[in-house]
Design a protein around this ligand. Structure first.
Ligand SMILES: Cc1cc2nc3c(=O)[nH]c(=O)nc-3n(C[C@H](O)[C@H](O)[C@H](O)COP(=O)(O)OP(=O)(O)OC[C@H]3O[C@@H](n4cnc5c(N)ncnc54)[C@H](O)[C@@H]3O)c2cc1C
Length: 459
């Protein structure tokens, strides 16, 4: 990046808020996808106005700008594939307003999801989207990826809670979209367009979120299943009966990774476990738990354990959240796909991945949000081993083909980024893809906002 551009950037944000030293560039060169791309500079803006001025400069000088929340994305979204500027949102981390009467909050994009949850809970309020990364991921990143989490089965995903946005466009203009009311249908729904747009259409600088009253009670059950088929059939039958807050699934390999962390010992022949949680008022949780217990009794499960103590439930969920990082005990590298299939097709998908693992001689394990059909397929490998890398690529291709055959989708929450861009045409028709590219061109005619993401061959 030319010195005069760096000088102008420093003038906008202040010299201390621009980083160009090698060690700083390296710190912002990777994310949860395991890839690395070095930025040319990192900027830490402190206001929407500064972001607007930075974008006007980027537009004039035609350099790429890649927004970064916490860098926990799994598909390379925050990585500067083509160099340029990384814009870190860490200073825009204020909860601007919590309107208790109307159950609405206004936040800056750098607020950490878990911090937001805690603040709301202390006020008797609730923001349901709960990605497993909530302790460190940002609300801006959640909106840009349309993050989901275990509670999506009952409460939906990020897009269901975003009422409105303030964004900075590629040329520096600032616009507001949406409403802060419960309803609103004036004009096209640009808010929804920006949700899940992965930093390719605009920079989100303010978010208006819908809140709910905090459920006061919950009950967590751990269910040990004899087979994957039993687990997945149980999920199908359970959801026909009631709608728990979460229905999480882990196959045998996944269970073995966190077995030590669980508060209960498991039968040796456990093939899969389900974590089921119900929530609501005390009376509602009592009724839901009774219904669930009756339902589980009618199945021939290996073990059903209710976490009687809040502490045990907490340990169960901590163990579930530790699963993704714990996988590195198997191999140094992981390719994690978050495919979704219609719930009735989960048994077929999981059985298929087991066959793939055997065929390609790689550890492949599955876990995820079974209640939504959103199964995380984790391919473990050593990327330095060429044969394992080739086998892993073959597993991915076979997996994606199968998912499309099962009427599924390639990503439920991690987005496309650059890691799935080449597979987009498997799911979207040429006309749909063309229209999406035209939308991108309309918002970002110079292709400076996160180039190389979502669409493969951006110029
Ligand atoms: C251990 C682990 C568990 C995870 N579990 C889940 C899960 O359960 N559910 C789930 O959905 N995801 C999960 N993820 C993925 C990841 O945490 C989410 O995608 C999260 O939303 C990313 O937030 P972030 O702040 O890290 O964003 P980043 O990774 O920094 O960025 C993600 C994308 O958003 C864009 N972006 C960020 N901020 C803005 C902004 N203000 N304006 C415009 N674009 C922006 C970036 O350019 C990039 O394209 C997990 C990741 C890890 C490492």
């Amino acid at each position: 990046m030319e010195q005069y551009i760096l000088t102008e950037l420093a003038e906008i944000v202040g010299a201390g808020q621009l980083a160009t030293a090698d060690e700083e560039l390296v710190s912002y060169s990777y994310d949860g996808s395991g890839q690395e791309f070095l930025p040319e500079a990192i900027v830490f803006p402190g206001s929407t106005q500064e972001i607007s001025r930075i974008m006007a400069l980027a537009y004039r000088e035609k350099f790429p700008v890649v927004v970064r929340g916490a860098g926990s994305g799994m598909t390379g979204g925050s990585l500067p594939l083509k160099g340029g500027l990384v814009m870190a949102m860490s200073r825009l981390n204020r909860i601007l307003e919590i309107d208790q009467d109307n159950q609405v909050a206004v936040v800056e994009p750098g607020v950490i999801n878990g911090d937001f949850q805690k603040k709301l809970n202390s006020l008797g309020l609730f923001y349901p989207p709960d990605p497993a990364s909530l302790a460190f991921c940002t609300l801006g990143g959640n909106v840009a990826e349309c993050a989901g989490g275990p509670s999506a089965v009952k409460y939906g995903v990020t897009r269901d809670y975003v009422l409105g946005l303030e964004v900075v466009l590629a040329d520096g203009r600032i616009i507001e979209t949406g409403v802060r009311t419960a309803k609103g249908v004036v004009g096209y729904d640009l808010t929804r367009l920006f949700v899940g747009s992965e930093g390719t259409l605009a920079i989100i600088t303010r978010i208006i979120l819908k809140l709910l009253p905090l459920p006061v009670a919950s009950a967590t059950f751990m269910v040990c299943c004899r087979s994957i088929l039993q687990a997945t059939r149980l999920v199908r039958d359970l959801l026909a009966l009631q709608r728990p807050r979460t229905v999480e699934f882990m196959d045998n390999t996944a269970v073995s990774l966190i077995r030590e962390r669980l508060p209960f010992s498991l039968p040796d022949n456990t093939a899969a476990i389900l974590l089921i949680e119900v929530d609501g008022s005390k009376i509602s949780v009592k009724n839901q738990s009774a219904l669930l217990t009756e339902f589980l009794d009618s199945y021939d499960m290996l073990l059903v354990k209710r976490a009687e103590k809040q502490a045990d439930a907490k340990i169960l969920w901590q163990a579930r959240r530790a699963l993704s990082p714990a996988a590195f005990a198997l191999r140094p590298d992981k390719i994690s796909e978050d495919v979704v299939v219609p719930r009735s097709k989960i048994p077929e998908l999981v059985t298929f991945t087991e066959k793939l693992a055997k065929k390609h001689n790689l550890p492949v394990f599955t876990f995820g949000h079974a209640g939504d059909g959103n199964i995380h397929v984790n391919i473990m490998l050593d990327k330095k081993n060429k044969d394992e890398l080739d086998q892993a690529k073959a597993v991915r291709i076979a997996l994606f083909s199968k998912v499309i055959l099962l009427s599924g989708t390639l990503s439920g929450e991690h987005g496309v980024g650059n890691t799935k861009a080449e597979f987009l045409s498997r799911e979207l028709s040429p006309d749909t893809l063309k229209l999406m590219r035209q939308v991108k061109g309309l918002f970002d005619p110079l292709n400076i906002l996160n180039p190389g993401k979502i669409f493969r061959d951006d110029k």
